[in-house]
Design a binder for this molecule. Structure first.
Ligand code: ATP
Length: 270
């Protein structure tokens, strides 16, 4: 339940409710102030793709779930934004894929770590890795707290889901041989480009889709899961995601004329 009531027929209701969830996450110390800005950048890209899960994103999500289900040691990395938007879905995906949840923060504060841990436990998590009271090891080529990973989590993991990650850390994870999956609305971000599988979609749509796919695919034989992962081409996927934006902008350019026409003839704008 959000604090600001948004009318059910508001054309941008989902986007506004998501924004409210991020603001509440910020007030609860889950989301960093910079996380609000990152969310704004995401909103802009969501607008550009049409605020919908494209077939491309669905296909990438299928490859991502196949990679998680067929991994020896998959891990789900959690930051403040993703925790505030989809905590229950993270816990469910973690259970379905037997992938532990690990807190990993760009802007570390113990208060934030505690708030995220509490939110994950409240959402049903039984274990949360990456907290300050656990052992830690470091990944090379990164500074400060971002170096620290949990030896039972990302440290020994083979397939890592890093939703809304920054480019440096994605590159560092690749440099130490991890298979990296990301969810990022910007198909041009460094994270999108460096990852093995990039789902260009909003986490609020992708996480529920991934849990649904994981339920459907969890009995598939390993060879079939490997085949799905191997047939996925991220470079092609990202190029096509940029094409989706171009096509959506072209269609919008035509629609703008229609909106002007409606205004002129007094038809109420929707
Ligand atoms: P990089 O370092 O990878 O080039 P960046 O500097 O743009 O990326 P950040 O600001 O660290 O990245 O992270 C924000 C990224 O997350 C942006 O690419 C933004 O589009 C994306 N993002 C924000 N909110 C969401 C969301 N709800 N779902 C999916 N992606 C999102």
């Amino acid at each position: 339940m959000t604090k600001t009531e948004i009318p059910p027929d508001h054309p941008r209701r989902v986007s506004l409710e998501t924004r409210e969830a991020i603001i509440e996450g910020h007030e609860a110390h889950i989301v960093a102030t910079a996380g609000l800005l990152a969310h704004g950048r995401g909103e802009a890209f969501d607008y550009l793709i049409g605020e919908t899960t494209t077939d491309l994103a669905r296909n990438a999500a299928r490859a991502a779930v196949a990679a998680l289900l067929s991994a020896s040691h998959p891990v789900l990395s959690v930051n403040g934004n993703v925790c505030s938007l989809v905590p229950e879905e993270l816990v469910e995906l973690s259970e379905l894929c037997r992938a532990p949840l690990e807190i990993n923060l760009f802007y570390y504060r113990k208060e934030r770590e505690d708030a995220i841990k509490d939110a994950l436990f409240a959402a049903g998590a039984k274990e949360v890795l990456g907290t300050h009271d656990r052992p830690s090891m470091t990944i090379p080529e990164l500074s400060s707290n971002r170096r620290k990973v949990d030896p039972e989590g990302i440290g020994s993991g083979d397939v890592i889901l890093v939703p809304l990650e920054d480019g440096d850390r994605t590159e560092a994870l690749k440099a130490i041989g991890k298979f990296v999956i990301t969810i990022d609305l910007n198909p041009m971000s460094r994270t999108a480009v460096f990852s093995d599988i990039t789902i260009v979609d909003n986490v609020v749509r992708t996480l529920p889709l991934m849990t649904e796919l994981a339920r459907e695919m969890k009995e598939l034989p390993k060879e079939e899961l490997h085949r799905i992962v191997e047939s996925f081409d991220n470079t092609k996927n990202l190029a096509m995601a940029v094409e989706v934006i171009i096509k959506h902008l072209e269609a919008t350019a035509k629609d703008i004329g229609k909106i002007r026409e409606r205004k002129r003839t007094g038809v109420k704008k929707i």
